[in-house]
Design a protein around this ligand. Structure first.
Ligand SMILES: C[S@@+](CC[C@H](N)C(=O)[O-])C[C@H]1O[C@@H](n2cnc3c(N)ncnc32)[C@H](O)[C@@H]1O
Length: 385
């Protein structure tokens, strides 16, 4: 099975670009499967004992990160991972720049047959998206380089399988496929008629909900115009109907109680401490009684030991993900209660990746450990329709 499914709007690499892209993905796998596990051995055998002797107690995650930054093998890992991240964006930027006008024209040509696209050129892009190049992606998600631009979406589509090392299937939709199956099993009475995916980017994890519930109307929202333009074109290229909107999840324009299921995938950690309560209140407002909210992101720090939590240091200090150290320490379920959900109706768990179970035997060669963590809540009240 190919690593990437080349649909009509996917940027096409030339020979050298494909070779560089494959190298970048292979190096990412090597760094995760060969080098990174050894760093834990160095921590356990030297860094931790030295700390305990010096301080008379176990180190916290932040203290581990600080001490590990002095370890040469770890410094090399930081350098190689950062360089590889930049290489991934350099290769894909060159590929997309070369064919940008053609991509925009193709996206326009395939669009408009299935689902819909609603843009809002006046939308204020939140500072947490506009003030940094998040995870070193040049221009972040929202920057537009040309008319009818789809570059940021095209770059996400081309790079995501490098980032996840091919572990989420050729459509990079395994999280959505896996979570839709989990939701169906956990909430058998839920027959969603309207589903919303917040922070959908290119809709890779939005479309599985349309496949899982073919009678449902599926919506994806994102602040980024080039991403939702691309999402709409990509959905058309793949023959799936969904409705994409340029909209801020903190304040959507949908009516109260207009969705049965509201989901997100790796949205939360790319927002801010101030944005999250707004997003959770919005989820509560949008859900019908008996509806379900589910946010899938990397596991919270209370799901792991201090060493594992310390690994987020690279993301925060080298990869422009400043909110990560805060978000994974937040009491999300308490925040859901503050947004209007009942404590007894909150939940958290992990869903084993369906693609991983079929294909991928080394959990180090995934970014998720072969399972997807989520938190969520049901909105009180009986399903009524
Ligand atoms: C990591 S990407 C999500 C990827 C996608 N859901 C997936 O499964 O591959 C985060 C996305 O959230 C969007 N985003 C961040 N804050 C947002 C907000 N307040 N409202 C809507 N979208 C937002 C960003 O523009 C970006 O496209």
């Amino acid at each position: 099975m190919p690593v990437i499914h080349e649909h009509a709007v996917m940027p096409r690499p030339n020979h050298d670009e494909l070779a560089e892209e494959n190298f970048t993905r292979a190096l990412a796998v090597k760094l995760e499967t060969r080098l990174r596990p050894r760093l834990r051995g160095i921590f356990e055998s030297t860094v931790k004992p030295a700390f305990v002797t010096r301080e008379g107690r176990e180190p916290t995650a932040r203290e581990i990160a600080k001490d590990m930054r002095k370890v040469n093998a770890n410094r090399m890992w930081y350098r190689l991972r950062t360089d590889n991240q930049d290489r991934m964006y350099q290769v894909s930027s060159a590929m997309i720049e070369r064919q940008l006008d053609e991509l925009a024209a193709t996206a326009k040509a395939v669009s408009g047959k299935l689902g819909s696209l609603t843009l809002n050129p006046g939308l204020d892009i939140p500072g947490y998206l506009s003030e940094i190049d998040i995870h070193r992606k040049p221009g972040g998600y929202h920057t537009e380089f040309t008319a009818d631009d789809v570059a940021a979406g095209a770059q996400y589509d081309r790079t995501i399988s490098v980032h996840n090392m091919g572990s989420q299937g050729p459509h990079n939709d395994d999280p959505g496929v896996t979570l839709a199956a989990w939701i169906r099993q956990r909430f058998p009475a839920l027959k969603p008629k309207r589903i919303l995916d917040m922070g959908c980017t290119i809709g890779n994890n939005t479309l599985p909900y349309a496949t899982a519930w073919p009678d449902a109307e599926v919506h994806g929202i994102d602040c980024s115009a080039p991403c939702v333009r691309y999402a709409h074109a990509r959905a058309n290229a793949l023959g799936v109907a969904a409705h994409f909107h340029q909209m801020n999840a903190e304040a959507t324009t949908f009516s109260d109680a207009s969705f049965d299921l509201v989901v997100s995938r790796i949205l939360l950690h790319e927002t801010s401490r101030a944005a999250l309560p707004n997003i959770f209140r919005e989820c509560h407002r949008l859900l019908r009684p008996g509806g379900v909210m589910l946010h899938c992101d990397a596991p919270q720090f209370d799901e792991m030991d201090a060493y594992q939590a310390s690994l987020r240091d690279w993301d925060a200090t080298c990869n422009n993900e400043p909110f990560m150290l805060t978000v994974y320490a937040l009491p999300l379920e308490d925040m859901y209660v503050a947004a209007g959900f009942a404590k007894a109706d909150t939940f958290r768990g992990t869903a084993p990746s369906l693609f991983f179970q079929q294909r991928n035997p080394d959990p180090n060669a995934t970014r998720s450990g072969g399972r997807y963590f989520f938190t969520g809540a049901e909105k009180a009240g009986a399903l009524n329709r």
